[in-house]
Ligand binder design. Structure first.
Ligand SMILES: [Fe+2]
Length: 303
């Protein structure tokens, strides 16, 4: 089979070592290949991905421009392509969201990769293009999603380190910025104040591929103007799937849909708590009959 005709995760196999993104995913470690250009040319040759200029020329939606204060997408403004071009020349990063919506080919790759990972049908898969000016980059952070980075043009450095503070985070976190309250609730230790020591270093040039596992710390620095295509996957967790199923089930009942009131008096509080306990007693009985197969069948195979 001609490699260039392959689609999906099978294209991301290191030609020298046979290492693959799928193995890296299973072992919760990065995957890097300096040059995978021949096996992913189907993607990298999508015309508008050729350069920042072709991206801007073909993009009529808003783009996000990263402001210089935080070196992170948490601090960004939305603007048009014309303004973005100027701001890039002034040293600011530009982000194009959901680029897959502009290219059926790109979208079909995303869907194939999502299936190859075995992720849920409910997974939010998208592709983002990042333009980073020379000598700029991203502050150390981790994301709650999996990320495949395909370098399109320019030379960019990445550093990746395992996250020993929290496993399977549900939200991203940037060192030096505020911690999401839910993330803080299940993080027992303090986050590091800077990129952890011993991070692996990777240099990406046109055709290089890097897989960043969910939750791993990473930071970047563009050695020259850089354009990269990211394929990101936010796959539902067991928690997400149970929560969605529970809500779907309980929403069928007018009693569960009732607004809680009376909480401003002692008597009202007890009445509300009594009603709530009756509903919980019913739920406990109901939950005993639940099977994972039934929940997954409802979320994955329902039309
Ligand atoms: Fe990131």
């Amino acid at each position: 089979m001609n490699d260039s005709k392959r689609k999906g995760l099978n294209s991301f196999i290191h030609s020298d070592s046979s290492d693959s993104i799928l193995s890296a995913y299973q072992e919760d470690r990065p995957f890097y290949c300096e040059d995978l250009s021949s096996s992913i040319s189907d993607l990298t040759q999508i015309p508008f991905l050729k350069s920042l200029d072709t991206m801007l020329d073909n993009w009529s939606d808003e783009v996000h421009v990263h402001l210089p204060d935080a070196a992170d997408e948490a601090s960004a403004i939305k603007t048009n392509s014309k303004e973005a071009r100027k701001l890039f020349r002034n040293g600011m990063g530009v982000r194009f969201s959901e680029v897959n919506k502009k290219s059926p080919k790109l979208d079909s790759w995303l869907q194939s990769i999502k299936e190859d990972f075995g992720f849920s049908k409910m997974t939010y898969a998208r592709s983002i293009v990042y333009a980073t000016p020379a000598n700029k980059g991203n502050a150390p952070h981790f994301d709650q999603n999996y990320n495949i980075v395909i370098q399109l043009t320019g030379n960019k450095k990445w550093w990746i380190a395992p996250n020993t503070t929290v496993a399977n985070p549900l939200t991203r976190h940037v060192i030096g910025l505020e911690t999401d309250p839910e993330l803080a609730s299940y993080t027992r230790q303090e986050f590091p104040k800077e990129m952890p020591e011993g991070a692996q270093e990777f240099t990406l040039k046109a055709g290089s591929v890097l897989f960043v596992p969910r939750g791993h710390w990473h930071m970047t620095h563009a050695n020259e103007d850089s354009l990269a295509l990211n394929l990101t996957f936010s796959a539902p967790t067991y928690l997400d799937t149970l929560t969605a199923a529970l809500r779907g089930r309980l929403a069928q009942s007018p009693h569960w849909r009732e607004s809680i009131d009376g909480l401003n008096s002692e008597e009202g509080f007890h009445i509300a708590a009594h009603k709530f306990n009756l509903l919980l007693a019913e739920l406990k009985e109901d939950v005993k009959t639940w099977e994972a197969e039934g929940i997954l069948a409802a979320t994955e195979f329902a039309e």
